[in-house]
Design a protein around this ligand. Structure first.
Ligand code: ZN
Length: 245
């Protein structure tokens, strides 16, 4: 397992951190249809082995998402083609048409990142669920807190993730969207796991002026709610890696 921390380069890495161009640094996880950053591959391979060794069968839901992919999610929510979840993440908001653009923006941001400001752009993140080998994987997986609660199908896996991330061998992984990192009044995203050696390095190097100078011009090229985003960018930036992925 590699312990080398990612060497962030401002010149070449701005398109990468915003999901616009990953500089061919992504690599497929063997036997899976998902890619991660090459510096995170050993870490994730170890993580998946540990899940199997603990007697689980897993299903990866998402790893790398590009700006364009995140933009599709974003716009489907703005247009009402995909539900916007309520504060607790338990059910869709019913009266979306009655919300102001500002309320729509912040409602989406609770569970979905702004295109360009998703941890999923970095190749260091994974959404994953698992059940015990002898259990049946649910056909419909929604990624809601209820699925990871005591009577949900992924509760055992949630305990595994808790123990793994606090163990000596698992300390390279953490969950950015559960308390104490994520505000407790929001529903947690216990399925989202981050490979720390890569993501912490990007997080530490991230600066608001990158978003203001580099990202905003991309947003203005045609992302729904662009004007509202421009007005709120500083606040969005302050919360972006805590709210939703
Ligand atoms: Zn995620």
């Amino acid at each position: 397992m590699s312990n080398q921390w990612y060497n962030f380069n401002e010149e070449t890495d701005l398109p990468y951190i915003f999901g616009l161009d990953n500089n061919q640094s992504m690599i497929k996880i063997p036997q899976e249809s998902f890619v991660v950053h090459k510096d995170a591959l050993d870490g994730f391979s170890f993580f998946l082995d540990e899940i199997r060794n603990a007697g689980f069968q897993y299903k990866i839901i998402s790893t790398l998402r590009t700006f364009e992919h995140q933009k599709k999610i974003w716009e489907a929510k703005v247009l009402g083609d995909r539900p916007i979840m309520d504060k607790q993440g338990s059910k869709p908001i019913q009266n979306v048409q009655e919300l102001t653009p500002n309320e729509v923006l912040w409602s989406i941001l609770r569970y979905s990142a702004l295109p360009g400001l998703s941890r999923h752009h970095w190749g260091s993140e994974m959404d994953i669920v698992a059940v015990k080998e002898n259990a049946i994987m649910p056909k419909k997986i929604e990624l809601t807190p209820a699925e990871f609660a005591p009577d949900g199908p992924f509760y055992d896996f949630s305990l595994f993730l808790r123990d793994f991330t606090s163990s000596q061998i698992g300390h390279q992984f953490f969950r950015p969207y559960i308390t104490p990192l994520r505000p407790a009044y929001l529903g947690p995203e216990p399925w989202h796991i981050s490979y720390r050696p890569l993501s912490e390095e990007i997080y530490r190097n991230f600066r608001y002026d990158y978003a203001q100078d580099f990202l905003l011009s991309k947003i203005k090229e045609g992302t729904l709610l662009a004007d509202e985003i421009a007005k709120e960018l500083h606040r969005i930036y302050r919360y972006c890696f805590l709210l939703g992925s």
